[in-house]
Design a protein around this ligand. Structure first.
Ligand code: KG4
Ligand code: ZN
Length: 343
């Protein structure tokens, strides 16, 4: 089954063609990150304007790279939320138009379900359920136990900032460019991760939730006290270590509570982080992250893959009409979510 995926939830304009949820025929991503590097984050209206310009060339490139004619497509999958409304509408409006013109079924996909599917892209062997998945990006930090693509439960979520947001806000405090994850990782390369200590979030609580606002505040006060005397590489390395250690600690606790998990997955923009990957690799289960860094951050291949598994588990119900939503709740990610936190 060939699915065209479209993703425009934040500052990317992406289109991809994926076969049977796994084989990536093409994946094109145009990003306005460079443009926003000079600012401290994405400006929603500017992002949507750039996406309007990029959408058609990106679509054409995705079809050309896949060497397929639109008539060969079986369906179109598009991110319906959550994200920036203007940006989402560029993708969903384009997808609705194409579906109607080409007479193809249309699948609306929750952005997080896309990330959860990203470990299937180009995987040599199929992952085995139950899977414990950490999904950490700029907008969310969720820990899931999934028993199939569309069923499972949310074990924990952030109570305040997302892990990616902690990187982005920390970078801004350190005077490093947006997005903060890659720039902190780069600045940390020659640094000592134990040079500065940060408080361990939610240390006294028996919970699988996350909390990042305290770390960011600690960095702010540390920088104030250092009065410009701190070593940037050490500060970046210590702050990165604190963010990743909190993620790894929740993962280890979750595995202790759910030893039935056969695999551990990490997805979302923060899964590109090598320090985090090293920490998670020490846990006693097979570990997977998306096989390419471009499948960690926002991309359309993961949306096409999620669309495939949605129709595989839901049949024609996957093609039901949908709305475009800036704040689509976590409870809409899977078909059965038995516990929802942090909404
Ligand atoms: O999944 P994503 O591309 O977009 C959202 O859905 O938010 O994630 C973007 C987030 C940003 O906060 C960015 O700083 C973070 O992922 N990120 C990283 C790395 N690359 C991107 N965080 C840590 N280390 C990285 N190498
Ligand atoms: Zn994302």
């Amino acid at each position: 089954m060939l699915i065209l995926g479209i993703e425009t939830s934040c500052d990317e304009t992406a289109a991809a063609v994926v076969e049977d949820g796994v084989h990536v025929k093409s994946s094109i991503i145009a990003s306005s990150k460079k443009f926003f590097e000079r600012k401290t984050g994405v400006i929603p209206e500017e992002a949507a304007r750039k996406q309007v310009e990029c959408m058609i060339p990106v679509l054409e490139a995705a079809l050309k790279d896949a060497t397929i004619d639109p008539s060969a497509l079986d369906a179109i999958a598009v991110t319906r939320g959550p994200g920036l409304l203007g940006s989402l509408l560029v993708g969903t409006t384009t997808a609705r138009l194409l579906a109607s013109t080409w007479k193809k079924p249309l699948i609306g996909v929750h952005h997080t379900l896309g990330h959860l599917s990203s470990t299937w892209l180009e995987a040599q062997d199929a992952p085995a359920f139950p899977i414990l998945t950490l999904s950490a990006s700029g907008g969310h930090t969720d820990l899931w136990l999934r028993t199939s693509h569309m069923s499972g439960m949310l074990l924990g979520a952030t109570r305040d900032d997302a892990a990616g947001e902690a990187f982005d806000k920390g970078a801004s405090l350190l005077g490093l460019p947006y997005p903060g994850g890659p720039s902190i990782a780069k600045a940390a390369e020659s640094g000592n991760p134990h040079a500065y200590t940060f408080p361990i979030p939610l240390a006294q609580e028996d919970t699988l939730d996350f909390s990042y606002s305290g770390l960011k505040t600690s960095l702010k006060y540390l920088l104030r006290d250092l009065k410009g005397e701190g070593i940037l590489a050490d500060l970046a390395a210590s702050y990165q270590h604190a963010i990743c250690a909190h993620l790894a600690d929740r993962f280890a606790r979750a595995l202790g509570k759910h030893p039935e998990a056969k695999e551990l997955h990490v997805v979302g923009g923060v899964s590109a982080n090598t320090v985090l990957r090293e920490m998670l690799r020490t846990l006693p289960r097979p570990f997977r992250a998306p096989v390419k860094l471009s499948y960690c951050t926002d991309n359309a291949a993961m949306i096409a893959s999620a669309g495939y598994f949605l129709q595989k588990e839901h049949g024609k119900r996957a093609f039901a009409p949908f709305t475009t939503e800036a704040s689509l709740p976590r409870s809409a990610v899977l078909q059965q979510t038995t516990r929802v936190t942090g909404e």
